[in-house]
Design a protein around this ligand. Structure first.
Ligand SMILES: [Zn+2]
Length: 669
């Protein structure tokens, strides 16, 4: 082979490699080896942590930071002070004329009222880097370690830490003696955790009960705890045949050591956090999903009165407000959760991507629902929350956007996916029931027709926010929204609407492809909004920077209206007006007296493209783009004015028009 030819081949190969290369960004890496000794008498534990830290950045690090989340559970902490301050923000009045205030009902002023034994803390006793003691400074929930020698680019160091901690009374996410579930220990945010350092620098975010961001790595955790506790956890249990409690291999006789405590040994590869819970009354059920993970469900085997009181009054009424009747269904409720996970997984895998770990645990504990790698804490057996938390595995655990900066890409997309998973599950159940009761399927189909919009609660939540005067741009740091109300409606609802509305702009099948490709290209890489939008642009062939700018970066709203109709030369012109500040493409449906319909489509000039024709709209009329500077646009039908009975802008209601009254014009002749 001639040399020049070889070089040509080499460059061709290089060029083609760069064409198919996955997007990449350097990332820090961690390996935690932790040994925990739990004292269930005092609710305290001692921990030893070896943290191997790979600085893959091009930067020299002169200090590092750790999260010490539990220091938030001290009177007058930032979490406490902020919560009490939000308690004085009146959002509106309830039905009885009482104030609805902005604080989280789980936190309120509970922290300031904790006794010393009820507070939580994480106290570092010593920290060394490569064997040398290091200086450290507490900033409440953040520990700053001032390094005696810098960590050089592309190098690895080892931190050794000894610390002790007290488990706070359950208030938010973590804690002991859960008032609702009766679960003894919910161990989340429980260890000193390295703060993430990325292309935007350090993210030492104070813990005020909000969002998380972490470094991916390997966790090797040993938890020593009294023998009578049963654990649910992130990771794979390494000594199941010493532990038992449903973890043991089939047919194996469990042999426990003589000691008073058991050592539970878990390994979790490629995760950015680790959570566990422990209770003496945990019941443990499992399911194995074909070509999927093993599902573990752990729940308090003795349901409590408080648990019954925590379910909705409608749910209580369905049991005749009878605790015993409800308690008799307790085991079945959790069995249903395990079965439901098996039912929905093929749908999830097909639409959102494969779950990459070997196990997932639904664990009774915490408050509401909170997601962790390979596990969630759930306050009840409700399936909606269970699905939501599991879907976080895709958006928070595997894609793992920085939630503090882009909470909507996590909560919003999780909501979007959950709505579809719930709908799929509902259809599967009614299909099953239809075998015995064919009328049930017809009933369920008619519900699907009434509610074509599976995301309608999120649309309603966003529109209420937009009209409340409290909306802030989604580019606001999650901790720094003025109200919890504005944060949560932006993150959950406006974020979910982003995805459904994207389907309106580029076409639903294209959007579905974008979502899968986004997962494929960006998993384990911490994508930001631009990364998502670039994929959407490449797949759709439509420019979408304007969508990101308006929807994410501003609080401008969408409002289109039908201005007027007039007949000219046996044709009818329909004048549309853009009333809101945010421009969008516009779909218009015209219905005629004879029952026929026409679809008219006006793309937005900023798109430099058009969406593909959607199902059922094969004879769509596509117009020249509407310039975003122009408030008025006219479309035309070749029929007479008196032939028209209905004109409607976006009858699919996927465009989040905040004033839908002017979208529809009925003509009575
Ligand atoms: Zn969530």
């Amino acid at each position: 082979m001639k040399k020049s030819f070889f070089f040509l081949l080499f460059f061709l190969l290089l060029a083609s490699l760069s064409l198919i290369a996955q997007p990449d960004r350097w990332q820090q890496r961690v390996k935690y080896t932790m040994n925990i000794d739990m004292n269930a008498e005092t609710n305290q534990y001692k921990g030893i942590q070896k943290l191997e830290y790979w600085n893959n950045s091009p930067d020299t690090l002169k200090r590092v930071f750790y999260h010490l989340y539990w220091n938030a559970f001290q009177p007058n902490s930032m979490m406490d002070t902020r919560s009490r301050r939000q308690g004085s923000v009146v959002l509106r009045k309830d039905r009885n004329g009482d104030d609805i205030v902005d604080w989280d009902g789980r936190v309120t002023d509970r922290i300031v009222n904790l006794s010393k034994e009820e507070t939580g803390y994480q106290q570092v006793l010593s920290i060394k880097m490569n064997g040398r003691p290091q200086k450290y400074i507490y900033h409440e929930t953040i520990l700053e370690v001032v390094l005696d020698r810098p960590v050089l680019p592309k190098s690895k160091v080892i931190f050794d830490m000894n610390w002790e901690a007290q488990v706070p009374l359950q208030i938010r996410r973590s804690g002991r003696d859960n008032p609702t579930t009766g679960v003894q220990y919910t161990m989340t945010q429980w260890y000193p955790k390295m703060v993430e350092y990325d292309y935007e620098g350090w993210h030492p975010t104070d813990y005020i009960a909000r969002e998380f961001y972490g470094v991916w790595g390997h966790y090797d955790v040993k938890i020593n705890i009294d023998k009578d506790y049963i654990l649910g956890s992130t990771g794979y249990l390494q000594n199941p045949n010493q532990i038992g409690h449903g973890y043991e291999n089939k047919g194996v006789k469990v042999v426990r050591p003589e000691s008073l405590k058991l050592s539970w040994h878990f390994i979790a590869p490629n995760v950015h956090d680790f959570a566990w819970a422990a209770d003496k009354e945990f019941k443990h059920i499992t399911r194995t999903i074909a070509n999927g993970p093993v599902i573990h469900v752990l729940y308090n085997g003795e349901p409590t009165q408080d648990q019954f009181q925590s379910i909705s009054t409608t749910a209580q009424a369905s049991f005749g407000n009878d605790y015993n009747k409800w308690a008799a269904t307790w085991d079945a409720q959790w069995e249903t959760m395990a079965d439901a996970a098996v039912t929905v997984y093929p749908f999830i895998k097909k639409n959102f991507g494969e779950y990459p770990y070997k196990q997932y645990s639904f664990i009774h504990g915490g408050d509401g629902g909170m997601e962790y790698p390979m596990a969630t804490m759930l306050v009840s057996s409700g399936l909606g929350t269970a699905f939501h938390e599991w879907m976080h595995s895709w958006y928070q655990m595997i894609l793992a956007t920085n939630e503090s900066l882009h909470a909507w890409m996590d909560e919003g997309f999780t909501e979007y996916a959950t709505n579809l998973v719930e709908e799929y599950y509902r259809q599967q159940v009614s299909r099953k029931n239809a075998a015995n009761d064919p009328a049930a399927l017809r009933r369920s189909d008619s519900i699907a027709q009434i509610l074509p919009l599976y995301h309608k609660d999120n649309y309603a939540g966003y529109i209420a926010l937009a009209k409340s005067g409290r909306e802030e741009p989604m580019t606001t740091h999650a901790d720094h929204f003025n109200t919890n109300y504005a944060y949560s409606n932006a993150a959950y609802s406006k974020g979910a609407v982003f995805m459904e509305q994207l389907g309106y702009i580029v076409g639903a099948p294209v959007r579905d492809k974008i979502l899968l490709e986004y997962y494929r290209q960006w998993r384990f890489k911490h994508p930001n909004p631009n990364d998502l939008v670039r994929i959407a642009e490449k797949i759709s062939g439509i420019q979408l920077d304007w969508y990101k700018t308006y929807w994410v970066g501003t609080t401008k709203t969408i409002d289109y209206g039908i201005d007027s109709l007039y007949e000219i030369n046996n044709a009818t012109r329909i004048r549309l007006s853009r009333i809101g500040q945010m421009p969008m493409p516009v779909d218009v449906k015209i219905t005629f007296k004879d029952g026929s319909i026409e679809w008219h489509y006006v793309p937005l000039n900023l798109m430099f493209g058009t969406k593909p024709v959607e199902e059922g709209r094969e004879k769509r009329l596509t117009y020249e783009a509407w310039k975003w500077t122009h408030p008025i646009y006219e479309i035309e039908t070749k029929k007479k004015l008196t032939d028209i009975v209905l004109v409607e802008i976006d009858p699919s209601q996927r465009m989040a028009d905040i004033e839908r009254k002017n979208n529809k014009l009925e003509l009575k002749w």
